[in-house]
Structure formats: structure tokens, C-alpha cells
Design a protein around this ligand. Structure first.
Ligand code: GTP
Ligand code: MG
Length: 368
């Protein structure tokens, strides 16, 4: 954020320090000789004397440069779904129902591994579910600026109706600009009142299509495994409208969905690849840590060599345990990866020590 001092600016432009201070005063800037100037001021004063101020890229910007994708490089990708809803309305039961029906369809007997996310293969496409407790994970990720969810599935028990966490969840989704698909669960229960719940949700602008609205409602019973297939189809339909795409032919970027320290394997993290393709051997930075992909394991427990967009994989090879919501980037060299994670660790330590110690961190690392 901060640029050269008044003294440096003066010598660059060929003035004495006192002259520079005078010129700055004319611009309404009162500054001493050792004071750093912000970029706008540097630019204003440089322009006045026929020079141009060029902002130095930060270390982050230098290492994490990413060219925007050309439309011709984009391929469609699967939607990433987060399930949210009030306590006991059936989020876990729904995930179980989805996983079980899928496992039986595809790989009989295969035990799916818990990696915090999994994909469901359908005839017309596939869908990725973030399996971490919806609410907390969604909030944690949003707090760190990560946007991973394409669609929120809002589970509402048809017998219980809209409850405080239902409202909280729908507000989170709206704030993030993520479309909501409503699931009315527990339709097998006698006291289910779907129309009543629809009226409640209409007050929050979630109006079903049959009432002239835009929101997809699916009535299910997670317990009796009714309506699951229809829900999955609806998710694919909704995803089609979103025209989700990514470029598989470049270094990967993604987000850490969850991470832990494994006794035998060291730090492991489930990474959701969002753009590019992640490969074994890739060098990366994630939050304050870095590493080299030693192995990748998919949601079926299989080792894989590469992971295209919208693929959740467990990644081994981190130097430390990252946090949920950390951005994951493949970078060009181990040197860059190390430099950036060291910079971030120093920054992290500094913020924990207090504001004074932050002083010349950027400078310190400018030489790297
Ligand atoms: P938390 O994780 O505590 O927020 O709850 P949850 O939303 O994950 O709900 P969970 O799936 O644990 O279900 C809560 C209770 O509702 C359990 O006793 C389930 O068996 C029951 N349940 C879930 N789905 C259905 C359903 O479709 N019909 C009936 N009758 N019961 C259901
Ligand atoms: Mg649960």
C-alpha cells in the first residue's frame, strides 16, 4: 500500500528534500522527509513533473499472477452444493441418502471415504457435495473470502417449518449471491404441512415455481429415500442455468474444505479444485503453508494422478495444516512457494504481536 519516502521521491525527481516538501504542500500534503507517500500522492506529484509512478507488484501479486480465461478455453464443470438448514431438519440424513443411493448405483460394496466432500455421478452429469457441516463451513469460508458453493440446498422439515437457523442459512446464501433450492424434508411424517412451509418461505422471497416464483422446491423423505433422484436431477437443471465453467488446462486453484494432522500421513487437506487441473508433483501455496502434492486420494478412496475443476481430493504433502477456506494455488517454483508462505507466516506472527511490528515486512521480503 505504501510507496517511497519523500526523500527518495525527491532524489528520483532531482529535487532537494526541502523543495519536495514545498511541492507536496502545494498539493495539500504535509509530509516530513522520511514519511512514506501513498500511491495516489506519488502519482500526482510525478505527473506534475512529467514522470509516471509505477506501483511495484506485491510478492503475492508477483507469484499468484493469473491470466483471465479466454472463453475458448472454458469447459463446463459440475456444480458444488452445500446443504444447510435448521438443527434436526435432516441435513445429515439427506447426505447419507444421497451417498448411499450413489454408492449402490456405481460401485457396489465400495466404502466411500470421508474426505469432507464427495461427488455423485448421474447419467446427465455429476454433482459435488461439500460434506462438512454446512452452516459452520459456509460461514468460515465466506469469512475468508472463499466462494466455493454454486447452489445452497436449504433443508426445511415439512412438519416443523421455518426456524431461526433456516432464516440464518437463507440470509447467508442470499448475501453470498448463491441460488437456493428448497428441500421440504420429512414428507413421510403425518404432520407434514408443505403448503404452510411454502407460504412461510414466500415471505423470504423463496416462491415456488407453481406459485409464479423462481425457486425450485423438492419434496422428499430422507429417511424413506423418497425424492432423492428428483432432487439430484433438479440440481443439475439449476446448474445448467448457471452455465458453470472452468479452464482445465492451466495450473490449479482451489479452496481448502477441511484439513487435519494425520498421525501417519502428516498434514492432509481436502482441496476443492475450482479452476485448472491439480497434478501429483505440483508445487503449491495454501494459506500460510506450502508444499508439493505427494499423493491425491478421491472420495472413493482411490489414488488419482490429476484432479480437474470441481473435483474434491485429499491432498498430501503440506508443510503444515492449512485452515478451511484457505485459497490453494499451484505456483511455478518451490522457491516462490516457500517465499510466499514465509512471507505469510511472518505476516501472521506480526498481526498476532500487534501493529507496530508490521512495519517493514514488505521491505524485508522485497529482496526475495
Ligand atoms: P443437525 O446435524 O443436528 O443439525 O441435524 P440434521 O439436520 O443433520 O438432521 P438429521 O439428519 O440428524 O436428522 C434429525 C432427525 O430427523 C433424525 O432422528 C432423523 O432420523 C430424522 N429424520 C431425518 N429425515 C427424516 C425424514 O425424512 N423423515 C423422518 N420421519 N425423519 C427424518
Ligand atoms: Mg447433521
Amino acid at each position: 500500500e505504501e510507496g517511497a519516502t519523500v526523500g527518495i521521491l525527491a532524489s528520483e525527481l532531482g529535487f532537494k528534500g526541502t523543495e519536495m516538501i514545498m511541492h507536496l504542500m502545494k498539493l495539500g500534503v504535509m509530509a516530513s522527509i522520511n514519511q512514506r507517500l501513498d500511491y495516489e500522492t506519488l502519482q500526482a506529484i510525478s505527473n506534475q513533473f512529467g514522470f509516471e509512478a509505477v506501483r511495484k507488484l506485491t510478492l503475492e501479486e508477483q507469484i499468484l499472477q493469473d491470466e483471465p480465461d479466454d472463453a475458448t478455453n472454458l469447459l463446463s464443470r459440475s456444480p458444488v452444493i452445500t446443504i444447510m438448514g435448521h438443527v434436526d431438519h435432516g441435513k445429515t440424513s439427506l447426505l447419507d441418502a444421497i451417498r448411499q443411493s450413489n454408492v449402490m448405483d456405481t460401485e457396489a460394496g465400495q466404502i466411500t471415504q470421508h474426505i469432507g466432500a464427495y461427488h455423485v455421478e448421474l447419467e446427465s452429469g455429476s454433482v459435488v457435495f461439500l460434506d462438512t457441516p454446512g452452516h459452520a463451513a459456509f460461514t468460515a469460508m465466506r469469512a475468508r473470502g472463499a466462494q466455493v458453493t454454486d447452489i445452497v440446498v436449504l433443508v426445511v422439515a415439512a412438519d416443523d417449518g421455518v426456524m431461526p437457523q433456516t432464516v440464518e442459512a437463507l440470509n447467508h446464501a442470499k448475501a453470498a449471491g448463491v441460488p437456493i433450492l428448497v428441500v421440504l424434508n420429512k414428507m413421510d411424517v403425518e404432520s407434514a404441512r408443505p403448503d404452510h412451509v411454502k407460504r412461510q418461505l414466500a415471505e423470504y422471497d423463496l416462491v415456488p415455481e407453481e406459485w409464479g416464483g423462481q425457486t425450485i422446491f423438492v419434496e422428499i423423505s430422507a429417511k424413506e429415500r423418497i425424492g432423492i433422484e428428483e432432487l439430484l436431477e433438479m440440481l443439475l437443471l439449476e446448474a445448467e442455468l448457471l452455465e458453470l465453467s472452468a479452464n482445465p488446462n492451466k495450473p490449479a486453484r482451489g479452496t481448502v474444505a477441511e484439513a487435519k494432522l494425520d498421525k501417519g500421513r502428516g498434514p492432509v487437506a481436502t482441496v476443492l479444485v475450482q479452476n485448472g487441473t491439480l497434478r501429483v508433483g505440483d508445487v503449491f501455496v495454501a494459506g500460510r503453508y506450502n508444499g508439493k502434492v505427494r499423493a491425491m486420494i478421491n472420495d472413493r478412496g482411490h489414488h488419482v494422478k490429476n484432479a480437474p475443476p470441481s473435483t474434491p481430493v485429499e491432498v498430501l504433502g503440506f508443510t503444515g495444516v492449512p485452515e478451511a477456506g484457505d485459497q490453494f494455488f499451484v505456483v511455478g517454483s518451490e522457491r516462490d512457494a516457500k517465499a510466499l508462505s514465509e512471507f505469510r507466516q511472518a505476516q501472521h506472527r506480526a498481526t498476532q504481536l500487534g501493529p507496530q511490528s508490521r512495519v517493514s515486512l514488505e521491505e524485508l521480503f522485497q529482496q526475495i
